[in-house]
Design a binder for this molecule. Structure first.
Ligand SMILES: Nc1ncnc2c1ncn2[C@@H]1O[C@H](COP(=O)(O)OP(=O)(O)OP(=O)(O)O)[C@@H](O)[C@H]1O
Length: 336
C-alpha cells in the first residue's frame, strides 16, 4: 500500500530574490520501503524533506502540488494539525541532530520527554521504553544514565535515532543521518538503520548526497538536481541501468561505501543558482552530452515499468551510459 505520495510539489523561499528550491517533484513511497533522495548540496533535498515533515523554515512555503500521507491530503494542514501527525506518525532525524541533545539532561530524561510529550505514559514505563530503545539502536541500556558529553558522536546519533523511533512512527525521514561521522561508524549506523527498518517495518525517506548510501539502504530513489527530479525508480533498476547523465556522474563520484571516495570533481562545475534557474534542463551547462534541445523544458521518459528519466536524450541512453564511465567524458562538459 502507498504510504506517501508527492505530486508535482513546488516549494518557494521568499526573500530578495525568491528561491524556488523544489520544482515539480513527484514520487510515491510504499509501506515498509525506503526511498533515497540523492543529489549534491543545494539541490533541494532538505527542503523537500522539510516540506513532507511540515517543518519548513518560516520563509518557506508549498507553492504548488500536493502531499498525500496515508490517503490524507496534508499539503495545507494548519500547524496544529501538522503537529498531531508530526512525531506520532512521522519523525525526522536531521543533519546535525546529534548536537541537538541538551547537554544538561541525562539521556533517559530526553528520551522520556520525547515520549511523554505525546503519550500518556508513566515515568517508570517510559524509562523502560527508553532502555528498550537504547538496545534497539545497539547501545548499552545503562548508558541512559549518561549525559550527552559522555557519549561519542556515533552514540549520540544512535540516541537521536532511538528518539525518532520512540513513538513507533509509520514514516522516518533521515536527512544525512551519518554525514558528520567517520566512515566506519557511518557504515555501522547505516547497517543498524537498515536492520531496524526491516524489523519494525516502518517506511523511510533517506536524504543523502552519497549515492552509495542509497545503494546500501534503499528500495527506490529520486535523483534531484537544481530543485528538479532527474531520475526516479527502483534502486536495482537505476544501479543496473541508470540513464540520466547526472545519475551516472554521481555513480562515478561515489564508487561504493567501502571503496575509495573520489571528490565530486568528477562532475566539473556546481549546481545552478535557484533564484535564477535555467529554462531547460538544469544540468545542461555541466552535462557532457548536452545539445541545443536541452534548453527546452524537460520531458519525462518512461524508461521501464519502475523507472523514469527526465532528459532530452541528446544521444541514445545506451551511448550515454557507455561513455559516462570514461573519465575524459567529464573533463570537458558541454563540448558535444
Ligand atoms: N531558509 C531559506 N531561505 C532561502 N533560501 C533557502 C533557505 N533554505 C534553503 N535555501 C536555498 O534553497 C536551495 C536548496 O537548499 P536545500 O538545503 O534544500 O538543498 P540540499 O540539497 O538539501 O543541500 P544541503 O545538503 O546542503 O542541505 C539552496 O539554493 C538554498 O540556498
Amino acid at each position: 500500500m502507498t504510504l506517501l505520495e508527492v505530486n508535482d510539489l513546488h516549494v518557494t523561499y521568499s526573500g530578495d530574490p525568491d528561491v524556488e528550491a523544489v520544482r515539480g517533484v513527484s514520487f510515491t513511497l510504499e509501506e515498509g520501503e525506503t526511498l533515497g533522495i540523492v543529489g549534491e548540496s543545494g539541490c533541494g533535498k532538505t527542503t523537500l524533506a522539510q516540506a513532507i515533515m511540515g517543518a519548513l523554515p518560516d520563509n518557506g512555503e508549498i507553492t504548488g502540488g500536493e502531499i498525500i500521507f496515508d490517503g490524507e491530503d496534508i499539503t495545507h494542514l494548519s500547524n496544529r494539525e501538522r503537529r498531531e501527525i508530526r512525531w506520532e506518525r512521522m519523525s525526522m532525524i536531521s543533519q546535525s541532530a546529534m548536537n541537538s541533545l541538551d547537554p544538561v539532561y541525562r539521556v533517559k530524561d530526553q528520551i522520556k520527554e520525547a515520549i511523554q510529550e505525546h503519550r500518556d505514559m508513566s515515568d517508570s514505563a517510559s524509562y523502560e521504553r527508553a532502555r528498550e530503545l537504547m538496545e534497539l539502536v545497539g547501545l548499552d541500556p545503562d548508558r541512559v544514565e549518561d549525559y550527552p558529553h559522555q557519549l561519542s558522536g556515533g552514540m549520540r546519533q544512535r540516541v537521536i535515532i532511538a528518539m525518532s523511533l520512540a513513538l513507533d512512527p509509520d514514516l522516518i525521514i533521515a536527512d544525512e543521518p551519518t554525514t558528520a561521522l567517520d566512515v566506519i561508524i557511518q557504515e555501522q549506523i547505516l547497517y543498524r538503520i537498515k536492520e531496524l527498518q526491516r524489523e519494525l517495518g516502518n517506511s523511510m525517506v533517506m536524504v543523502t548526497h552519497d549515492i552509495s548510501v542509497v545503494a546500501e539502504t534503499c528500495d527506490s530513489m529520486v535523483v534531484m538536481y537544481g530543485g528538479e527530479l532527474m531520475e526516479y525508480g527502483g534502486v536495482d533498476e537505476i544501479f543496473n541501468e541508470a540513464q540520466h547523465p547526472y545519475t551516472l556522474g554521481l555513480q562515478n563520484a561515489f564508487p561504493s561505501v567501502e571503496g575509495e571516495k573520489r571528490d565530486l570533481t568528477s562532475i566539473p562545475g556546481s549546481p545552478p543558482d535557484l533564484s535564477e534557474p535555467p529554462g531547460g534542463c538544469p544540468f545542461a551547462s555541466r552535462c557532457p552530452f548536452s545539445a541545443p534541445e536541452c534548453e527546452q523544458p524537460l520531458p519525462t521518459v518512461e524508461a521501464g515499468e519502475n523507472h523514469q528519466v527526465r532528459c532530452h536524450e541528446p544521444i541514445p541512453f545506451e551511448q550515454i551510459r557507455n561513455r559516462s564511465t570514461e573519465d575524459e567524458t567529464w573533463l570537458s562538459p558541454n563540448q558535444h
